[in-house]
Design a protein around this ligand. Structure first.
Ligand code: NI
Length: 190
């Protein structure tokens, strides 16, 4: 497994729609395990393929960290789709592609999602609270949507200066990144 560099706000891949995975294969399994390794290295609880520069509909979620149980393994979801959403709640979200910015976001409280596992078996999962929230955040990424897009115009305007800095490559994180100038820390993605 390898740690992949994470694409930072301003990179166009974060605004693109990822394509459905058509067939199982080693490429997708390797991508999923690399994404799990990358998520852990960056201390994240979820990651979408767009964030490592791959436009496949693949997300990973660290369910064990979210549920605070070391016995629950991370989940890789291929072609995830939301079947059902109910309720609404607000909590602060962050994103490994948008370091140091956290804002309150409103999302559904209970969801049911259908996806393929890495063996291409159809799975369904009901998720409430934080687990459901992370899944919705990561599915947004696959559609080129960032948590910032859920904020009101006033909040977005207040963040403009900090987002401009990220776009210029002024980023200070301890994981490898792809930004607009040379990465501030971490390895050169080439
Ligand atoms: Ni994110």
């Amino acid at each position: 497994m390898s740690v992949l560099p994470i694409y930072i706000y301003g990179q166009s891949v974060l605004r693109k729609k990822a394509r459905p995975v058509r067939k199982p294969g080693e490429e997708i399994s390797v991508l999923a395990s690399d994404m799990i390794e990358t998520m852990r290295k960056a201390n994240g609880i979820g990651l979408a393929a767009n964030q490592v520069g791959e436009l496949h509909r693949v997300i990973v979620v660290d369910a064990g960290a979210i549920e605070e149980s070391a016995d629950i393994p991370p989940i890789a979801m291929i072609n995830p789709e939301v079947l059902f959403e109910e309720g609404t709640w607000t909590i602060e979200e962050g994103c490994l592609s948008i370091p140091d910015i956290r804002e309150e976001v409103n999302r559904a409280e209970n969801i049911r999602v259908r996806y393929l596992d890495t063996g291409f078996n159809v799975q369904e999962l009901s998720a409430a609270g934080l687990l459901g929230r992370v899944i919705l955040h990561e599915i947004d990424h696959l559609n080129g949507v960032l948590f910032l897009d859920h904020l009101g115009a006033v909040k977005r305007k207040l963040l403009r200066g900090r987002l401009n800095k990220l776009e210029r490559g002024e980023v200070d994180v301890d994981y490898p990144i792809v930004g607009n100038s040379l990465p501030a820390t971490g390895t050169d993605p080439r």
